[in-house]
Ligand binder design. Structure first.
Ligand SMILES: NC(=O)c1ccc[n+]([C@@H]2O[C@H](COP(=O)([O-])OP(=O)(O)OC[C@H]3O[C@@H](n4cnc5c(N)ncnc54)[C@H](OP(=O)(O)O)[C@@H]3O)[C@@H](O)[C@H]2O)c1
Length: 326
């Protein structure tokens, strides 16, 4: 496993991390803690030392399972968690220093940590990136020692650029072969400020594995069934905002470009071609997926022709429906 510097933190992290939105279950299935611990163990054995979680994943179950696992491996892992989505309703007004501190206290307890390594605001409404008092409150939590670093998880590139006006350490953003805008407009500014980039939804919710067809069915409670048009949350979080059948057409072209049916290592290696990315965080619903995903770290650099080929496929199939929206 290769390691990369995580911006201002001075810490090096595995360039492939573990996303835990679906830890312990396929999306929508009941949470299974034993399965969650198996996935974490697989990550540990593969050399992963960065975990991405959030207070709301599996109603706190994801953080609790990670906390249990950390009891044995605390020094090994850099843990990224997020807060804010527990607000009901999820409005900008709810993003106050007091609520943030309350959420962070709860995460500290679930994770069994004395200090959180990195906390991200969890895709808040855009106007939150103008709340000076909120970011001042995060600075106070750093001074109190409850968090070591803070940052933002964003939907839109414009939000990341706005957030950089505060002393954030990291930005988590959707970045994959179906989402090229961050590389053009966000990464240069982030690099100039030593802000780390975490690339989320790297497989476009599994579409970029190359394993799905038009007949693939997802569970009723899986967002890949119920959020294709943004019915429950931002449409961009499901298949990266790409129309499913159009995505399949683009995937067929990517398979031809790389000469393989298994796109996973190429999809992840393509992301790691960007120097600004500190880590890519594929999610895994089974331990075998973790083991398959880390293989991308061994793949040699993609050629300029392959990089250009991906861009051409993006331009032809994806750009018009994605580029202006996020
Ligand atoms: N707002 C936010 O901040 C936010 C939003 C989204 C995600 N995230 C974070 O980013 C992480 C990654 O994003 P994501 O999980 O949404 O999308 P993703 O990583 O693009 O896709 C994950 C899904 O792809 C499939 N998959 C992964 N590895 C596979 C393999 N080796 N073989 C076959 N299928 C494989 C699995 O589908 P099955 O479940 O069908 O097995 C898995 O659930 C999340 O886990 C979470 O930590 C953050």
């Amino acid at each position: 496993m290769n390691h990369r510097m995580f911006g201002k933190t001075g810490r090096r992290v595995s360039e492939i991390g573990l996303g835990t939105w679906q830890l312990g279950a396929r999306w929508g299935d009941p949470f299974d803690e034993a399965k969650a611990l198996e996935i974490l163990q697989a990550g540990y054995e593969c050399g992963i030392d960065l975990i991405d979680t959030a207070d709301i994943y599996n109603n706190g179950g994801s953080e609790r399972a990670i906390g249990k696992f950390l009891a044995r491996h605390r020094d090994h892992f850099f843990v990224v968690t997020k807060c804010g989505r527990g607000l009901d309703p999820h409005t900008a007004e709810g993003y106050t220093p007091e609520n943030t501190e309350r959420f962070i206290d709860q995460s500290l307890e679930r994770l069994g940590m004395e200090q959180l390594d990195l906390v991200l605001l969890h895709c808040p409404p855009s106007s939150v990136y103008q709340k000076d008092e909120l970011f001042a409150g995060l600075d106070k939590l750093v001074q109190k020692g409850k968090i070591a670093h803070y940052g933002v998880s964003i939907e839109k590139v414009s939000e990341g650029l706005r957030a950089m006006e505060y002393p954030i350490s990291a930005i988590e953003v959707i970045f994959n072969m179906f989402r090229l805008k961050p590389a053009e407009e966000l990464f240069p500014a982030a690099q100039a400020r030593q802000i780390s980039i975490l690339a989320r939804v790297p497989l476009a919710s599994g579409l970029l594995t190359g394993r799905y067809t038009k007949d693939t069915r997802f569970g009723q409670n899986d967002h890949r069934s119920y959020n294709r048009n943004g019915e429950a949350f931002d449409k961009g979080e499901t298949f990266s905002g790409v129309d499913y059948e159009q995505g399949l057409r683009a995937v067929a072209e990517l398979k031809k470009l790389f000469g393989t049916e298994d796109l996973i290592p190429y999809a992840l290696r393509w992301i790691l071609m960007q120097e600004a990315v500190s880590a890519v965080i594929p999610g895994a619903s089974r331990p075998e997926q973790v083991r398959a995903n880390v293989k991308a770290a061994q793949l040699p650099a993609l050629s300029p022709e392959q990089m250009e080929g991906v861009r051409a496929i993006y331009d032809r199939y994806i750009r018009a429906s994605v580029h202006p929206n996020w």
